[in-house]
Design a protein. Sequence first.
Length: 480
Amino acid sequence: MKAGLQLRLGQSLTLTPQLRQAIRLLQLSSIELEAEINLALESNPLLEETDDDGPLAPDDIPAVAVESAAPDQQSETAETGVEVDESVYEADAFDWDDELPRSSAAASGEDNRDITPADDGGLLAHLLWQLNLTPMSDRDRTIGRIIIDALDDNGYLQESDDSLLAAVTVEFAVDASEIQAVRRRIQHFDPVGVASRTLSECLGVQLNALSADTEGRRLALGIVADALEVLAKSGVERVAKQFGVSVDEVEVAVKLIRTLDPRPGSQYASSVVEYVSPDAYAYRYQGRWDVRLGGSTSPRLGINRHYESLIGTAARSDATYLRGQLQEARWLIRSLETRADTLLRVSRAIVGRQGAFLDHGPEAMRPLVLREIADEVGLHESTISRVTTRKYLHTPRGTFELKHFFSSSLATVDGGAASSTAIQAMIRRLVEAESPRRPLSDASLVTELKAQGVSVARRTVAKYRDVMNIPSSNERQRLS
């Protein structure tokens, strides 16, 4: 082998530090961007806030009167979080009341225990606080902590006995009966019913915590133990026949069951709240829709001229440091300008395509995909995806994430296309207007939509109905 030189031609994509910074800033939400800028202002002496006039402030945007919008539509706000699947547990056809029975876990504890109430710590901290107040051995307290750690956000215990046993035996030699004994004690903590494995067990614990002379309690215990699914699918008549009692007695028991909490842990579940600051504002001016950026989207940054003037007179090491900071400040300002310009162009393109939604509501939403906006503004689809993620547009109809305005298309009878968002809005309107005694089945909804020019399959209607948490026609009839 010997050393040699070879000349090759090729193409490669190299991301410069400036480009990396621009891409990173593009992905940040307005709150994250503000934190990034504050950090830069603290660390870079060449950066300073300026007093130049920024974008149009929200209060300066002309008021918009949307005459064609219904009052409830004008206040509509898009949901940007993850929807909770309401069908996780059985018998969700019930309407559960807000008033829930609770047990009192007041008990005196040892002096060295933490007895500070858990105010914002969520379900875990709330249960551990009660565990510390409950007189028990160190062995049982260890078992209790492991059980509480294994609960999900709704308060249910998903871990098997074998898994719990394996976790406890790391510290103590115990058997399954000891774990069950501690679990039964935790089930009577506040909220009553936590640490249950099934909905039936959870409701049974809550019923057993009530006074024995509570009207309908005995029958309710039988229903939650053996007939929850029958009640949900077939109604009170079938349950009355199964237990050999009158329909009135079953209705009393069902009324009691509805006062219980099928997800006892959810009322204490802690959640991280993300505050939304609109990045852009849509408003109507001289007969057309336009967009202006919010003040936080385009911060007023400039170069500190005093420190810049010191570069020529400073010592070599200081001058090198100041030049580096000056270059970083210029890159940041240029990246922020690019980010603001890109966000404004994309927002205007979206509003231009979805003006009908702003005028008439969700049923007028047009099908829209990233490629259409990318072609219009001359950017790549990945850039459109970044700029529409966690960026919010304030409109007269509410504040929406920019991604809300994108939806797939479905064919209409006349050969056109309708967006999935518009079809969901039409389904919701039809369900809200239906007769409570004769709710529309999925097949009937298909017929109604076809009469309005939208041709969709029954399975598509069922899917959209599930997405909007609308029960089936049979369940809606029983709820009525």
